[in-house]
Write a protein that binds this ligand. Structure first.
Ligand SMILES: Cc1cc2nc3c(=O)[nH]c(=O)nc-3n(C[C@H](O)[C@H](O)[C@H](O)COP(=O)(O)OP(=O)(O)OC[C@H]3O[C@@H](n4cnc5c(N)ncnc54)[C@H](O)[C@@H]3O)c2cc1C
Length: 472
C-alpha cells in the first residue's frame, strides 16, 4: 500500500487532543490521533483513493469500548465512522476530523457445532470466519475476498460463492448485538426487537455498531471449482454458453464470468500470465467430478486452460484476493435478462477497461436460494437473474476519470435490461435515488421509521444513508 503523507498535530485542536488523551486512558483498546506513531496505518482502508484524516481512530477491544467511543464522539461533536474490514469503496469507514469506531480487533469467532452457528465479532474478516468454521466442515455464505469485513458485508446483504445454495449472508443472520446512537446495547433477533432485526437485513450500518453477529452455518463437506480460461476474443461465445448453462444450473453451481489479467498463480499456464483472458469460474458445493459435469458446455468450447479441482472452501475464498491500496471505483446493475445484444455490449467494454492488469469486468449469476430467499427483507435486487459488476481498479490518479467513466458507461449500456434495483454494497456514493432503489420505496419508508427509533439524530450517517423518518 502506498504510504500516505505523515501527519502533523495541527489538524486537531488542543482541546480535542486533551479529550482524546482522556479517551485513550479509558479505552481497553488503543486510540490513534494525528502525530501518533501508527496513525497513518490506522486510517488506511482498502481503497487507496480515499485519504481522510480523522481526529481519532478508536481501536475498540470490547463492546464497552464501542459504547465509550460513541458517547465520546457525541459529547465532543465528532462525526462517527464505523470501520470493520475497511472495504467500503466510497470510504464510508473513514471521516475527516471525526472519530472512527475501529472494530478490527474485535474479530473473535466462536463456533458452536451442535447449534451449527457462529458468533462473530463485529470486526472479523471473512478469513477469520471461514478459517474458524472450516475444521467443523461447516460454512456460510461469505464474500469473495478474504479480507472483507463480515459486519459491513452481512448487514448490507452479503453475496458470495455459496449464495445459490445457502442464500445471502443476511438470510443466515440469526441475531446481532448492537451499540446504538446513545451508547446503549440492543439485542436483535426474530424474537427480540424484530423490526430492527428486519432492518439489519440490508440496511447496513444505519442503526448502530454491531459488536457481534450470530450466523447460521451449513454442512459443506466438499467444495470444488472449474476454472476455464479463454482468449478474450472468444468472450461473446463463452458468455452466451455461460448464460445458457447457468439458466438451468442447480443450486450447487455458483461462480462468475470475468475478464481479468491472468495472475501468476499455479492455476494459470505460463503463456497466459499477464495477458487479458475471459475466465469462467464455476464453483461447486460438491466434488470436482461434479464440477466437471456441470462445466460440460464450457469445456466443449475451445479453451486455453482448465483447472478442475477439489479445494477447501476457506482456500477458495482467498483465491481472488486483490491487494489493498489501489484506486477503486465500482458499480453494479441487476438484470432480468441477458440477451445477445447485452452480451455484445458487455463484451465491447473489454477493450477500454481502465488498466486491465488490475480491473475486473464481472458477471455474477443470481438465482437459486438467493431468488427463493425470504421476500420480506428489503433486498428487491435478489430476484434479478444477473449482476453486472464493473470493478475498476488502477494505480495512478491520472487514470481516475477514465476509470470512473468506464464503470459508468458499462452501467449505462446494460441499463435497458436492469430491474432498477441495486445491491448497495456493490456501489459507492451514487445519490439518494440509488439508495431508495437499493431497498424499494416501501421498504425505504419502513427502514426510515426504524432509523428514527434507533438513531433519530442520524449519528450513523457515513453509510448508504437512510434518513430518519420525521414524526408527524
Ligand atoms: C475486494 C473486495 C471484494 C468484495 N467482494 C464482495 C463480495 O464478494 N460480495 C459482497 O457482497 N460484497 C463484496 N464487497 C463489498 C463489501 O461487502 C462492502 O464494501 C462492505 O461494506 C464491506 O464491509 P467492511 O466491513 O469490510 O467495510 P468497512 O469499510 O469497514 O465498512 C463499510 C460500512 O459498513 C458498516 N459496518 C461495517 N462493519 C460494521 C459493524 N460491525 N456494525 C455496523 N456497521 C458496520 C459501516 O456503515 C461502514 O461504513 C467487496 C469489497 C471489496 C473491497
Amino acid at each position: 500500500m502506498t504510504p500516505r503523507s505523515t501527519t502533523g498535530t495541527s489538524d486537531i485542536t488542543g482541546t480535542t487532543r486533551l479529550a482524546v488523551d482522556g479517551l485513550r486512558r479509558d479505552l481497553t483498546g488503543e486510540a490513534f490521533a494525528p502525530g501518533d506513531a501508527g496513525y497513518d496505518e490506522a486510517r488506511m482502508i482498502f481503497n487507496g483513493m480515499i485519504d481522510r484524516r480523522p481526529a481519532v481512530v478508536a481501536q475498540c477491544a470490547s463492546e464497552a469500548d464501542v459504547a465509550l467511543s460513541v458517547r465520546f464522539a457525541r459529547e465532543h461533536g465528532l462525526e462517527i465512522a464505523v470501520r470493520g474490514g475497511g472495504h467500503s469503496v466510497a470510504g464510508m469507514s473513514l471521516t475527516d476530523g471525526g472519530l472512527v469506531v475501529d472494530l478490527r480487533h474485535m474479530n473473535s469467532v466462536t463456533v458452536s457445532p451442535s447449534d451449527q452457528a457462529a458468533r462473530v465479532g463485529g470486526g472479523a474478516t471473512m478469513s477469520d470466519l471461514d478459517r474458524a468454521t472450516q475444521p467443523y466442515g461447516l460454512a456460510t455464505t461469505g464474500g469473495r475476498a478474504s479480507t472483507t469485513g463480515v459486519g459491513g458485508f452481512t448487514l448490507g446483504g452479503g453475496s458470495g460463492w455459496l449464495e445459490r445454495k445457502f442464500g445471502l449472508a443476511c438470510d443466515n443472520l440469526l441475531a446481532a448485538e448492537l451499540v446504538t446512537a446513545d451508547g446503549s446495547t440492543v439485542h436483535a433477533s426474530l424474537d427480540e426487537n424484530p423490526e430492527l432485526f428486519w432492518a439489519l437485513h440490508g440496511g447496513g450500518g444505519n442503526f448502530g455498531v454491531a459488536t457481534s453477529l450470530t450466523l447460521d452455518l451449513h454442512e459443506l463437506p466438499e467444495m470444488s471449482f472449474a476454472l476455464l480460461l479463454y482468449r478474450p476474443e472468444a468472450g461473446r461465445e463463452v458468455l452466451r454458453a455461460y448464460r445458457d448453462l447457468m439458466a438451468s444450473a442447480p443450486d450447487e453451481a455458483g461462480g462468475a464470468l470475468l475478464y481479468i489479467t491472468a495472475p501468476p498463480e499455479d492455476f494459470v499456464p505460463e503463456h497466459l500470465v499477464g495477458t487479458l483472458v475471459c475466465g469462467v469460474l464455476l464453483t461447486c458445493t460438491g466434488p470436482s467430478a461434479r464440477a466437471r459435469d456441470l462445466a460440460g458446455l464450457l469445456l466443449a468450447l475451445d479453451h486455453e486452460s482448465e483447472v478442475i479441482t477439489d479445494i477447501p472452501y476457506a482456500d477458495l475464498q482467498c483465491m481472488l484476493d486483490d491487494p489493498p491500496g489501489m484506486r477503486n471505483y465500482w458499480s453494479a446493475e441487476y438484470l432480468d435478462a441477458f440477451p445477445d445484444e447485452a452480451v455484445d455490449l458487455f463484451c465491447s467494454h473489454v477493450a477500454d477497461m481502465p488498466v486491465p492488469s488490475a480491473s475486473q469486468h464481472v458477471l455474477f449469476p443470481m438465482g437459486g436460494a438467493v431468488a427463493r430467499g425470504p421476500a420480506e427483507y428489503p433486498l428487491p435486487w435478489r430476484s434479478a437473474r444477473w449482476a453486472v459488476h464493473p470493478f475498476g481498479i488502477w494505480e495512478s490518479p491520472s487514470d481516475d476519470e477514465r476509470g470512473r467513466q468506464w464503470v459508468r458507461q458499462v452501467r449505462a449500456d446494460v441499463r435497458p435490461w436492469s430491474t432498477g434495483a441495486v445491491y448497495l454494497n456493490f456501489i459507492g456514493r451514487e445519490g439518494s435515488g440509488r439508495i431508495v432503489a437499493g431497498f424499494g420505496a416501501e421498504n425505504y419508508a419502513r427502514l426510515a421509521a426504524v432509523k428514527a427509533a434507533y438513531d433519530p439524530d442520524n449519528v450513523f450517517h457515513l453509510n448508504h444513508n437512510i434518513e430518519p423518518a420525521v414524526a408527524r
